[in-house]
Design a protein around this ligand. Structure first.
Ligand SMILES: Cc1cc2nc3c(=O)[nH]c(=O)nc-3n(C[C@H](O)[C@H](O)[C@H](O)COP(=O)(O)OP(=O)(O)OC[C@H]3O[C@@H](n4cnc5c(N)ncnc54)[C@H](O)[C@@H]3O)c2cc1C
Length: 387
């Protein structure tokens, strides 16, 4: 695993692992059972500099890069997939967008509080009737003299109802479809915004998810990121970064499931011997090993490409979607096989494996479903074939 890591990256990995094992793991089961999102944990992650990996020092970042962020995300997600989501909402979504498309004023205003967790972020694309087909969204932004008025609603948004700062996508011109979408930086405490939490969900109970209602929300013109009409392009760039984070979380979960199943198979005695002695259990563990290794290598490569875009050239989308797709499927496979190794003890909640099983399923839907990643991957071949 540690091949090619710099001394600095290896230190970050150790630090994130120690933090996850010593400060998140002790309360993770209790917090998940009670839907507790512990802001103190997020604050401590911020103090460790975990949300500063991609931002320049002038904004309080550490410029360690996406590979470093990926390594840290995997370590946190191994103990808590829920707190792994914090990387996305504090860093990968908004910071990436502002660094690529924001003005210097926007970067200066919004990036530092996300790094220190003085602001809690969210990114809002999805709506009740608009998932994969992002350009069909119904939320509108009407231009008025001194700004825009937002109306509509968003669904399944991570960080809600706790968000204080959001990047919200809305249609400034529905006729133009994806060319009529615009991104806004929105103070989530603005008049006209209501955030509602969704508590009835399968997993990720320490990662809030919710609905946003926007009713005549007035935002100034300087909240537009890029230009009106740039929203779709911005959303695709953002998803490239949030998918990287999701791939890192899923690779972490796949690895954790393998480690837990291996430990249990060594401890569980049947027919007078540890079940790891049985070849069918070895087959399951060997396949889990291969899946998580492949998922990890794919996401590390994708992150390395993002950090070396100037050297590599082109766009990283194919490699990110490959890592996202493979990671999601590897996590679900590993959790599924681990459940079989634990058998009835996996079905109960004495062991944490059922939590990973529930959380792993999210990766096949969030940041674009597994089908959508395959569409993106295949589009690449089609374009190549057509020249
Ligand atoms: C825990 C959680 C957190 C989330 N956080 C956020 C967030 O922070 N911000 C945000 O904006 N959204 C968020 N989402 C929403 C998530 O990104 C969407 O749910 C996801 O993109 C899928 O949309 P959908 O559920 O509407 O599925 P649909 O788009 O309705 O898809 C339904 C099925 O049809 C398939 N399908 C659709 N189109 C195609 C096609 N062209 N080809 C083949 N198959 C297709 C899909 O793969 C899927 O199997 C979150 C969701 C969850 C569960």
């Amino acid at each position: 695993m540690d091949f090619g890591l710099t001394e600095e990256q290896a230190m970050l990995q150790d630090m994130a692992r120690d933090f996850a094992q010593n400060e998140i793991a002790p309360t993770v089961e209790e917090d998940e059972k009670k839907d507790i999102y512990n802001e103190k944990i997020v604050k401590k992650m911020a103090e460790l500099g975990l949300f500063g990996c991609i931002a320049p020092e002038k904004y309080g970042g550490n410029e360690m890069g996406h590979l470093a962020a990926t390594i840290a995300t995997m370590e946190i997600a191994k103990e808590s997939p829920s707190y792994g989501v914090s990387f996305n909402i504090q860093m990968n979504a908004i910071q990436s967008v502002l660094l690529a498309f924001g003005t210097e004023e926007q970067q200066k205003k919004y990036i530092p509080p996300l790094i220190t967790a003085d602001a809690y972020g969210c990114f809002a694309l999805t709506e009740a009737d608009t998932g994969s087909d992002v350009a069909s969204m119904r939320t509108t932004a009407k231009e008025v003299d001194d700004g825009f008025i937002l109306n509509g609603s968003k669904m399944w948004i991570s960080g809600v109802p706790n968000a204080t700062l959001g990047i919200i996508f809305a249609m400034t011109d529905r006729e133009k479809k994806h060319r009529g979408m615009t991104a806004f930086m929105v103070d989530m405490k603005s008049p006209g915004i209501e955030q509602r939490g969704i508590t009835e969900k399968l997993g990720l109970h320490s990662s809030p998810t919710g609905e946003i209602i926007l009713e005549d929300v007035k935002v100034p013109k300087d909240t537009v990121v890029g230009n009106p009409g740039d929203g779709f392009k911005i959303a695709m760039t953002m998803l490239d970064r949030t998918r990287l984070s999701c791939a890192a979380r899923s690779a972490g979960v796949a690895e954790k499931c393998f480690e837990l199943a291996k430990k249990y198979a060594n401890e569980r005695i049947q027919f007078g011997q540890p079940i790891i002695n049985f070849q069918m259990i070895q087959d399951q563990l060997a396949r889990m090993w291969c899946e998580h290794e492949a998922a990890k290598l794919l996401v590390l490569r994708a992150a390395w490409i993002v950090d070396n875009l100037k050297k590599v050239g082109g766009r990283p989308t194919l490699y990110i979607s490959t890592a996202k797709y493979y990671g999601a499927e590897a996590a679900v496979m590993a959790a599924n096989e681990a459940m079989k190794v634990y058998a009835s003890y996996g079905y109960g909640n004495e062991y944490p494996i059922e939590r990973y099983y529930r959380d792993a399923k999210s990766y096949q839907s969030v940041e674009g479903t597994s089908n959508i990643q395959k569409v993106i991957i295949a589009r690449n071949f089609i374009e190549e074939t057509r020249g």
